[in-house]
Design a protein around this ligand. Sequence first.
Ligand code: CA
Ligand code: CA
Ligand code: CA
Ligand code: CA
Length: 268
Amino acid sequence: MVVGLLGCSMTCSQDSDFGELPFLGIEPVIDGSIDEWKYIAFNDGVWDLQRVKKASWYHPKRNRLNVEVSEDTTQIDLSASYYMAWDETYLYLAAEVRDNVNDVEEENHEPKRWYYKDAISWFIEAPKDETAEKFSLGDHSFAFVIDTLKPDYGAWWRHGTATESYVEEPIPVQSVEYAIKMNPWNRSPADYILEARVARSLLVPEQGLDAGSITSNSIGMMIVHCDPDGGEYGGHLLIYGKGDDDSTWSEFKLSNSSDKQKQDSHAK
Ligand SMILES: [Ca+2]
Ligand SMILES: [Ca+2]
Ligand SMILES: [Ca+2]
Ligand SMILES: [Ca+2]
């Protein structure tokens, strides 16, 4: 639907309205450096609050950056580039982030409360459908807390099943790998690179579709980037969507793995 409006000149398909997630022909090492695949992945530049404000899905109550008393009120204190790709086994998810405060502790901590901590979550509906749902079957959130101690809740999965919505649990350890590199540019101790991969088998509903059937389909996607900076609910960048209603998430296509020509052009 709206992805063609995002100005994603680098990786958008020429002949459709979809954003397109490239197929990775290499197997990245999940180590917090994304140089080996960032130039192949989908990326549409740097996002911050100023850019989100101009997007069609912007809502001031949901999209906000807290400016705490101790912070420089003239500065945007969070900006990020996101990278996404896939192969037969995994979705690859990464971000390069400039931040001013690393904040992963909170008074009312619960494992599922990644949204009260520095965290990035990719909301994915697979396959994308036309029904407005909130974490029913096919809806997923893969959230990564930017805590280098990698606690049990550091990689979190909110999803739906055939009978339940808002199932909250850690991403099964055998289905996820992630790495966080702090201060990668020697600019701020709160800057980070997140590199992750999640097994696509998690996207397969308990019944119905098999793993292969989503390769030719489109997925819905939204990114939620949380930045509390010591505040309560804190800052949230919502990108490509408006919230838990999956009908607001933007549509992305998983590019055809055999389309080598397109991969080559992405790599340039
Ligand atoms: Ca890497
Ligand atoms: Ca911040
Ligand atoms: Ca839906
Ligand atoms: Ca932060």
